[in-house]
Design a protein around this ligand. Structure first.
Ligand SMILES: Nc1ncnc2c1ncn2[C@@H]1O[C@H](COP(=O)(O)OP(=O)(O)OP(=O)(O)O)[C@@H](O)[C@H]1O
Ligand SMILES: [Mg+2]
Length: 449
């Protein structure tokens, strides 16, 4: 029987199939015909005003085409009648909300990361309410359908990856796990089992490389949302997992760090009102940390603060750039420019964050050393997580002879150096950066690896 593994990632997703009959090979299935590599689909969902739902690269293209540069028009609209029942009376109130009436469609990115955000339960998209689990299930169903099309048969059994830890707070971690299971239950696939992502990558590597028995190795899987680690030992049957560990830091957070350390001042952080010598309220700039929170600045009260600050502070040019960023919906474009610079810094010593549009004129040079200074806390956390996991595995740092790195963020030199520092005897090998987890899940589902 075919064994199918799905890696639903914060940034990217992939599906692999292992066919014991076809010479015991594992292969990645085409998921997204619009992607540069059809086997790696961006974990994106776009819901347009007319109800069309698209996933992957096309979701990004449609969002960009329809939303970037458009004017955001917020209006107060009637949403529903709210009934509040108190002990001695019932109050009926009309509920209103600020709605972007010019919005052609809504983009959802990093949905997996929101599984641990307990305050995000549901969202209303053009009048239809979606629970977070339903949004994740929509993306999951898309992957299942793509797999069924590629295989020409129905998928009834799946192994799906999950991070070692969604959150450092146990109750949030529990909520995220329950929501992930519920999302997959909603897909209707009969048998779904979950496996920790780095354990899957360990299975894949062991099966491919044929490790000598008793080799102790560590998998460092660093993606868009989480860092996941396992320490394992190769044995006659495949691998024995000695420990797993993880922290909710990932590429999204590193992008935020670039924003906070270098880009936010270009949008007016630090500006002061001329008359009173007071700063512009910090809550405005706190929302620059992601493009999703930049969208929240489009409320009249917050826009008023920004527009006043254009007139009344010592940084009118920067605040005008912020007004454009917010009202012209260029947050995602800016974060894509930041991410591009971050990726370039994995191979180059310097890169530029560049965005020129409307009142925005940014060409900010960023060196690798500056990037490393901005993410030093995260690098230390990663190093500590490696050491803790090795200790919990009952190993000394010197017992680890091999580190397998996977996930896009594992290509960042500062984290590779931290691994070398923490595990001085280990050889570092990058394996299947965007595909090893899915491949390992498929192998594990067949009892191989
Ligand atoms: N060459 C590179 N250098 C640095 N970062 C990179 C590079 N390539 C990709 N990234 C980053 O890697 C992340 C995506 O990696 P990946 O696809 O492994 O994550 P994921 O599996 O979707 O996330 P997770 O496993 O955390 O849920 C993004 O944050 C992206 O910016
Ligand atoms: Mg991943």
């Amino acid at each position: 029987m075919l064994s199918i593994g799905i890696d639903f990632g914060t940034s990217n997703s992939s599906v692999a199939v292992y066919d014991p009959a076809a010479g015991g090979s594992v292969r990645l299935l085409p998921l997204d015909p619009h992607a540069a590599d059809a086997r790696v689909m961006r974990s994106l969902l776009y819901i347009s005003r007319d109800g069309e739902i698209v996933a992957g690269q096309r979701a990004l293209d449609l969002y960009t085409e329809q939303n970037t540069g458009r004017e955001v028009i917020m209006e107060r609209r009637y949403i529903a009648e709210l009934k509040m029942v108190f002990s001695d009376m019932t109050v009926v109130k009309d509920a209103y909300a600020m709605i972007d009436v010019n919005e052609p469609g809504r983009l959802f990115q990093s949905l997996k990361r929101f599984l641990a955000v307990t305050s995000f339960e549901k969202t209303t998209v053009f009048g239809t309410e979606y629970r977070l689990e339903e949004l994740v299930a929509t993306l999951a169903r898309h992957m299942v359908r793509a797999a069924e099309n590629a295989l020409g048969q129905k998928v009834t059994t799946l192994v799906v990856g999950r991070p070692v830890s969604f959150s450092e707070e146990p109750d949030k971690d529990e909520v995220a796990r329950t929501r992930l299971s519920e999302a997959w239950r909603l897909t209707g696939v009969e048998h779904v089992t979950f496996m920790e992502e780095p354990v899957a990558a360990a299975h894949h590597y062991a099966a491919e490389a044929g490790l000598a028995e008793d080799t102790r190795f560590l998998v460092f899987d660093f993606g868009g949302g989480t860092l996941d680690i396992t320490v394992a030992r190769a044995d006659a049957a495949g691998i024995a997992v000695l420990a797993t560990g993880g922290v909710p830091i990932g590429g999204d957070l590193l992008d935020s760090r670039i924003m906070e350390s270098r880009i936010a001042p270009l949008f007016g952080r630090g500006a002061r009102y001329l008359a009173q010598d007071l700063p512009v309220p910090a809550h405005i700039f706190a929302r620059l940390r992601s493009w999703q929170t930049i969208v929240e600045l489009n409320r009249p009260d917050r826009l008023e603060i920004i527009r006043d600050a254009v007139r009344l502070t010592d940084s009118p040019r920067q605040l005008a750039a912020l007004e454009s960023l917010v009202t012209r919906n260029r947050g995602l474009e800016l974060f894509r420019a930041i991410e591009r610079a971050k990726i370039a810094l994995s191979t180059d010593e310097a890169a530029e964050v560049r965005l020129r549009a409307d009142a925005i004129d940014i060409a900010e040079q960023l060196t690798r050393a500056e990037f490393e200074a901005a993410i030093s806390v995260q690098v230390n956390e990663a190093r500590q997580c490696v050491l803790d996991t090795v200790a919990r595995a009952g190993c000394a740092a010197s017992d680890i002879g091999l580190v397998i790195t996977t996930g896009g963020s594992s290509l960042i030199p500062a984290f590779r150096q931290a691994l070398r520092d923490a595990l001085p005897r280990a050889e570092l090998t990058a394996a299947g950066t965007f595909t090893s987890v899915a491949a390992g899940l498929a192998l594990a589902g067949a009892g191989e690896g």
